[in-house]
Design a protein around this ligand. Structure first.
Ligand SMILES: C[S@@+](CC[C@H](N)C(=O)[O-])C[C@H]1O[C@@H](n2cnc3c(N)ncnc32)[C@H](O)[C@@H]1O
Length: 382
């Protein structure tokens, strides 16, 4: 996913800091502000039992796909149903299904159950519906977040996932995986400059390409899938439930400037929740409810108190904190705060790290191409 603040391109540096400082690759690691789950995937692959959290629902389903699954879902109930099995197996698609994760981008064998299910969804004819009308070219609201063809297909695919789930044919975890695969695919053909704060006035070339579902590849793990957990909560609130020593490591990558994620990714949130019937999309951009998820970390007047509230709740063996030079709080202020709550604080600066949310894609504007990223490791006083 093309995501502001994704740490996909910093994973090597994160690994180096943890290894150099001998942070054991065991016990539980929590990615408190998981976003795309890039770091959560890395922590899981490193060997930790992994917890991931983010209060956005598109992030929750993405983390469920990578973290709560250890392998591709098998869709046992859906494919045991003779009606659906026949339809899914006979759906012809010439397209290959490609995998996607921090370390895996290959094509899947056609006969894998998850590839068959995605291929079936991929060839569904488009249909009109509330999402299409509100956000896509040709819809009543005249918003252009997706081309007409892609909008009709997103509508059909997401409706289908909902129906399968409500009929008990796919489990909650399979449903989350399917939605996450759709979100990744939809983000690749979005008609935006980078985020969903606005759409472009004309459908750009990359948004004219047909939507292609991708298979999110769950991170493998020596621990059973039910030991890994995903939460959708306010970060500070979630920290209250852990006892001292329960967590080996907390990784914190909070929002640190004025950009509110809820507003910048509202279209993905709506595809994930599928709740256009429950709110009135606002104005030219079609924003969701104004009150939704405004983070205190993103406001100059509340940021310091919000960071303090986070740090005073941290009771893991280690805290790894990401920050950059565009933050509302100065690096100096943050270090002071961290030193109040942690001992043995070690600071790594990654100078002029080329900042890419993901692999290059045509026509995407990567705003902060050059930022200074900081990784700060400490031992919480508890
Ligand atoms: C800098 S991004 C994290 C990026 C992530 N490390 C990655 O690699 O994709 C910050 C995340 O914090 C989430 N967030 C903001 N305020 C939050 C809060 N109070 N509680 C939980 N999540 C929050 C946002 O939705 C966003 O996904």
């Amino acid at each position: 996913m093309n995501y502001i603040g994704s740490k996909y391109s910093l994973l090597k540096e994160i690994e180096a800091v943890l290894d150099k400082n001998h942070v054991p690759a065991d016990s539980i690691a929590l990615d408190l502000f998981a976003g795309t789950a890039a770091v959560a995937q890395f922590l899981k692959l490193r060997g930790h039992i992994t917890y991931a959290n983010d209060w956005q629902y598109y992030s929750y389903v993405t983390s469920v796909a990578f973290i709560e699954h250890n392998a591709f879902p098998t869709f046992d109930t859906l494919l045991a149903d003779t009606f659906w099995k026949k339809r899914i197996e006979s759906a012809s698609s010439e397209k290959r299904i490609f995998t996607y994760s921090i370390n895996n981008r290959t094509s899947l064998p056609d006969n894998m159950p998850c590839a068959q299910v995605l291929s079936y969804l991929d060839q569904l004819p488009g249909q009109r519906g509330l999402f299409y009308e509100a956000y896509c070219s040709g819809g009543n609201a005249k918003r252009l977040y997706y081309s007409g063809d892609n909008g009709l297909r997103i509508q059909a695919i997401r409706d289908h996932i909902e129906t399968w789930n409500s009929e008990g044919l796919v489990t909650e975890k399979e449903k989350a995986w399917l939605i996450a695969c759709l979100i990744e695919a939809a983000d690749r053909v979005a008609n935006t400059a980078s985020v969903y704060g606005a759409h472009l006035k004309h459908i750009k070339r990359s948004a004219q390409a047909p939507l292609m579902l991708v298979a999110l590849q769950p991170a493998s793990s020596p621990h059973s899938p039910d030991q890994h957990r995903v939460f959708q909560q306010d970060g500070a609130k979630l920290l209250e439930r852990f006892t001292p020593g329960q967590l080996r490591l907390i990784y914190m990558d909070p929002p640190y400037n004025h950009r509110q994620y809820a507003a910048n990714y509202h279209v993905l949130e709506t595809i994930a929740r599928w709740d256009v019937n429950l709110f009135e999309p606002r104005g030219v951009t079609g924003l969701r409810n104004r009150k939704e998820q405004r983070s205190d970390l993103c406001l100059r007047s509340t940021a310091e108190a919000a960071f303090r509230a986070l740090f005073e709740r941290v009771n893991s063996d280690y805290l790894l904190f990401s920050y950059n030079n565009e933050g509302l709080l100065s690096g100096k202020k943050l270090l002071e705060l961290l030193e109040e709550f942690c001992t043995d604080v070690r600071f790594t600066e990654i100078r002029f790290k080329r900042f890419r949310a993901d692999i290059n894609r045509e026509n995407r504007i990567y705003k902060a191409d050059r930022t200074r990223e900081f990784l700060i490791l400490g031992k919480p006083k508890k």
